[in-house]
Design a protein around this ligand. Structure first.
Ligand code: SF4
Length: 311
């Protein structure tokens, strides 16, 4: 059984245990770009990328980071009555800048008295040792997550998505992060890619010793290469949340129960969304995943054989 005595080892329950109350992320746009957009790795970005569509509506990127944090916290306190927050650098590649600039932005976000930690989202090829020195320094004082865009364990998929990095880059980044103290490492994954092996993926990310994962189904947002591919009939998506939930359950059953689940499915505001339309309904798939696990008497890690971390 998962450590939380719930079929899924959810991050919300973990944060409640260590902080004594509910903790939410507050999203920030630090004004970064991405090497897969500015030409150093590629132009145009990953085929599914429209970072504007992923950003919560309350985020105002033109404001200084400290003000974004304050506004985001005031908004969420008023809406849901939460008192503790993780500052979440979400948009684009949040380690892609000189380290002194990163230091200024990260500490600015952490200066709000209700912020108890930080989560930094980035690509596997943007975690140099100088960046890790800084994040390790922060992790000594604050609860710290480094979120890596793994997306797939297949180089063919990474190439198809025009990610501009290989699975070797991903493994190298995770290995180096795991050698640092106190940094929690999380992998973003996309499910629904052509010919994917979901059990292999669960096995691989468990062996890497990731501390967390964010699961996303493949979805299509406007103004992307993927939107054109979808229109041309070249890709399929999970037409229903039930279809995705079956795959997600299989993944969870083969995943180490130690790994904290930060997200079970993607969500996009309907104004940006092309397909599948259920992506704009919060918790559409989450509820089905939990129901299937309960009905089967199953849970995260149930079908996992013993293994050792490789890093
Ligand atoms: S790495 Fe992230 S920000 Fe950069 S193009 Fe891909 S999805 Fe967009």
């Amino acid at each position: 059984m998962s450590t939380s005595q719930h079929p899924i080892n959810r991050i919300g329950a973990y944060w409640k245990r260590i902080f004594g109350e509910k903790v939410y992320r507050v999203s920030i746009d630090g004004g970064f770009t991405c090497p897969n957009r500015d030409g150093s790795k590629g132009r145009g970005g990953c085929i599914y990328c429209d970072e504007v569509g992923y950003r919560p509506k309350y985020v105002e990127p033109e404001l200084p980071v400290a003000e974004q944090v304050k506004k985001g916290i005031d908004y969420m306190k008023g809406k849901i009555g939460i008192n503790k927050f993780i500052a979440y650098f979400q948009s684009y590649t949040n380690t892609y800048a000189p380290v002194e600039k990163l230091r200024k932005l990260y500490y600015e976000a952490l200066s709000h008295p209700d912020v108890v930690g930080i989560s930094i989202s980035t690509r596997p090829d943007c975690v140099g040792e100088d960046v890790l020195d800084l994040i390790e320094e922060i992790a000594e004082k604050y609860h710290t997550w480094l979120e890596i865009g793994v997306e797939s364990i297949s180089d063919e998929h990474l190439k198809w998505m025009k990610r501009g990095h290989t699975i070797r880059d991903t493994e190298d980044a995770i290995k180096r992060i795991k050698q640092r103290k106190n940094i929690f490492v999380l992998g973003h994954l996309i499910f629904g890619l052509p010919d994917e092996n979901i059990i292999e993926t669960a096995k691989k990310v468990s062996e890497w010793g990731l501390d967390g994962v964010k699961m996303h189904h493949l979805y299509v947002v406007k103004n992307t290469v993927l939107a054109q591919e979808y229109k041309n009939g070249n890709i399929k998506v999970f037409e229903t949340p039930d279809a995705y939930a079956k795959i997600a359950v299989k993944f969870l059953e083969h995943l180490s129960s130690d790994i904290l689940i930060h997200r079970l499915a993607g969500y996009v505001n309907k104004e940006f969304l092309v397909a599948p339309l259920w992506t704009a309904q919060r918790n559409a798939a989450e509820n089905i995943i939990e129901r299937i696990l309960k009905e089967k008497g199953s849970y995260q890690g149930k079908l996992r054989s013993t293994f050792e971390h490789i890093f």
